[in-house]
Design a protein around this ligand. Structure first.
Ligand code: SF4
Length: 487
């Protein structure tokens, strides 16, 4: 029996064994719905009851190179004697690749030595989270399945993350990497209305696929609702990989060379699909260049300003005294001009990062590896040891700036305010208002009085109004000074 399944591209399902009792909720609108079409042919298929179809063992599983054996079932429900017959049938087709999949991968253990090289073992891990999983399936919980799959001493494995459920990026990445799969199949819940599942955010998926890409784990996927996930081969490209013998896995070449000897000219094919290998290469080249030039430059600039304007004293540079270093303020005012084509906040960040680098624990390397944008997000953590710890995670997990911001915000909300550890107590409202007012009265160049030209700009009426406002302000300030002196 052959049918094009919705799951893996470029495969055909061959079903000498059908049915399953794991009762996954998302099976109802998918495999079980397909099985309902079999009412006239086989009532056991219709009921999705585990059962054998020995007459299919000798039937051709189709022209495709990859065969999803027993795709409409979980083979763990199949009797061992019949599993052996299925393996024997596979053995007669060495030119094809067979996927054998189970959510109870320990069931493969007794057959490992019998499996020919053209068999790839597959298990589904929708998530790493066990808690609450029993609401969605009677299959072994994800952690058990992971350990079972890992324990299989077999060189060819694939992990299916479909339908993906909410997960913990770090743990899930570690699991998948340690399973050393030939690739990971990633799919979203295709029936969210009839079989709702707790889903991860797009950002989380991005973190997962980026982390897997960093560990050189190939991830293939369907359309994935149009999400752009780093390192994921779309279904279209996966088909090309699976069907093109000239394409090398892990190095997707989009150019062909003419066969005219040494002077071969590269012919560029139309770039209608994403060339992930090229994108990854370019991203890592740009990242390296940024670190070498822009970010290295930021660090040097921060150090220079720290020495030149703050005598290399981090405390002085971090002080919020509005009167501190008028020269630095003047320099910052030049930001955004052709003379200093960076923003004021960039300059402040460069100085703050230089200060943080001076305070990092000995041997710390992660914070220095990050781009300035990431480093700036870590600064609110203040504690250099904590900063380095989170920086390590950000480097390993390839976090985006926005994810890092979220992590830092969460950590800060959990940290009790402890002034003894250098936490600054909130500025009282009076001090804050006066500081702000002083800033308002600070003109470009750090001058604290209005120029003659600005006064002359006002007409008679505006001048009167300005005098009234200034006098009102003076009265309020006098009143405040009296109160402050009395207190
Ligand atoms: S394990 Fe597969 S076949 Fe069995 S119920 Fe779940 S989704 Fe369906």
């Amino acid at each position: 029996m052959t049918a094009t399944p919705n799951m893996y591209p470029s495969t055909k399902t061959w079903s000498p064994f059908k049915g399953c009792n794991f009762d996954c909720t998302y099976c109802v609108p998918t495999f079980k719905a397909q099985a309902k079409r079999q009412k006239k042919n086989c009532m056991r298929c219709y009921r999705y009851e585990p059962h054998e179809h020995p007459e299919r063992l000798s039937r051709s599983p189709g022209k495709d190179d990859i065969i999803f054996a027993c795709g409409n079932s979980d083979i763990s429900f199949c009797a061992p004697t019949f599993v052996r017959q299925i393996i024997d049938a596979i053995r007669t087709r060495p030119e094809k690749t067979f996927y054998l999949q189970s959510k109870k991968p320990a069931c493969f253990e007794p057959f490992l030595k019998l499996l020919p090289k053209n068999v790839i073992l597959v298990t589904t891990l929708e998530t790493n989270r066990d808690e609450g999983y029993d609401k969605f399936s009677k299959a072994p919980p994800p952690s058990e399945r992971y350990h079972q799959f890992k324990a299989l001493d077999y060189p060819r494995k694939i992990v299916t993350i479909e339908p993906v459920m909410d997960f913990d990026v770090e743990v899930f990445t570690r699991w998948i990497v340690s399973l050393k799969p030939e690739y990971v199949w990633l799919g979203l819940n295709s029936h969210p209305d009839s079989a709702p599942l707790p889903e991860p955010s797009e950002e989380k998926l991005r973190q997962l696929t980026a982390a897997l890409a960093q560990h050189k784990v190939l991830v293939k996927g369907k359309k994935l609702r149009g999400y752009v996930l780093p390192g994921v081969l779309t279904q279209e490209l996966s088909r090309r990989l699976d069907s093109s013998p000239q394409t090398v896995k892990g190095g997707i070449g989009m150019t062909k060379e003419s066969s005219s000897g040494d002077n071969a000219v590269a012919v560029v094919e139309p770039d209608s699909v994403i060339d992930y290998a090229r994108v990854e290469r370019a991203a890592s080249w740009i990242h390296k260049k940024l670190i070498e030039t822009v970010d290295r430059g930021a660090r040097d600039i921060g150090e220079y300003v720290l020495k030149e304007f703050f005598k290399g004293n981090p405390e002085f540079a971090s002080s919020r005294d509005p009167y501190k270093n008028a020269s630095f303020r003047d320099l910052a005012d030049k930001c955004g001009t052709p003379e200093i084509p960076v923003s004021k906040s960039w300059l402040h960040n460069a100085v703050a990062v230089a200060i943080m680098i001076r305070q990092l624990p000995q041997g710390a390397t992660a914070f220095k590896q990050l781009a300035l944008s990431h480093q700036a997000e870590l600064l609110p953590l203040r504690d250099p040891a904590k900063v380095e710890k989170v920086a390590k995670e950000a480097v390993t997990m390839v976090w985006t700036v926005s994810h890092l911001r979220e992590v830092v915000a969460k950590k800060r909300s959990k940290t009790p305010k402890d002034e003894s550890k250098g936490g600054r107590s909130p500025t009282p409202v009076i001090v804050k208002t006066l500081n702000r007012s002083l800033k308002v009265f600070t003109l470009e160049g750090g001058k604290r009085s209005f120029t003659k030209a600005q006064v002359e700009e006002l007409d008679e009426e505006q001048r009167k109004e300005a005098v009234e406002s200034a006098q009102g302000l003076i009265e309020q300030l006098k009143d405040l000074v009296i109160k402050l002196k009395k207190a």
